[in-house]
Design a binder for this molecule. Sequence first.
Ligand code: PGA
Length: 255
Amino acid sequence: MRKPIIAGNWKMFKTSAEAVLLAREVREAVADLGQVEVVLCPPFTALAAVEGIIADSKIGLGAQNMFWEEQGAFTGEISPLMLQGLCDYVILGHSERRQYFGETDETVNKKMKAALFHKLIPIVCVGENLAQNEAGETEAFVGSQIKGAFAGLSAEQATKIVVAYEPIWAIGTGKTATPEQANRIIVASIRQVLAELYDNNVAETVRVQYGGSVNPGNVEGFMGQPDIDGALVGGASLKADSFVTLVKGALVKFR
Ligand code: PGA
């Protein structure tokens, strides 16, 4: 069975001091939940401080973005070399990066390769916007994002990756896909495309999260689906009690 993975994407929230407090609360509350992998993704400025809090726990640390070059005249960017050894994961191609910062399938692919080279596990985000959803283009669009993101990766590299299926219209809006819809898209546009690109083993090994307005009230519905292995959580990850409830929600897989 694929190990469930619940990741908190703190986006551009939390000073270092606030991040330390939240990480400490989460660490205390999830200490005994070894069946679920928990990952915290604070802003860059809080990564080292949060690492100090979770270092002796099983909680993983993720960055929210990175550039693909190791170093150079790229003012304001963070390189994989800087994250290697500090983080376990890096979120790549989040829809907010694609929408506001011009990221494309091509730049996401460069980042995927750089991350894997530096032993960082990508949490790569895909998902359609409302117009695409209403036009019935979801499967084709998400499938093309998967092909773009995985281009040139070996099967061995591919199996390590975590994919987050996040319909853009569901992020931060309180609207969600139904668990059945999300599961269907994940099978049709992610697992089947991975089976075409690689084989059934890769398609069945890659962990796929759902993201977009996951909250304590709806988490079990998503986690009850066979092809949803976890959640990438924004708003509901900013408070320890709601995030911890989400982590516990993933235990539905073991009932
Ligand atoms: P949300 O964000 O949970 O606030 O909808 C999810 C995400 O953007 O990863």
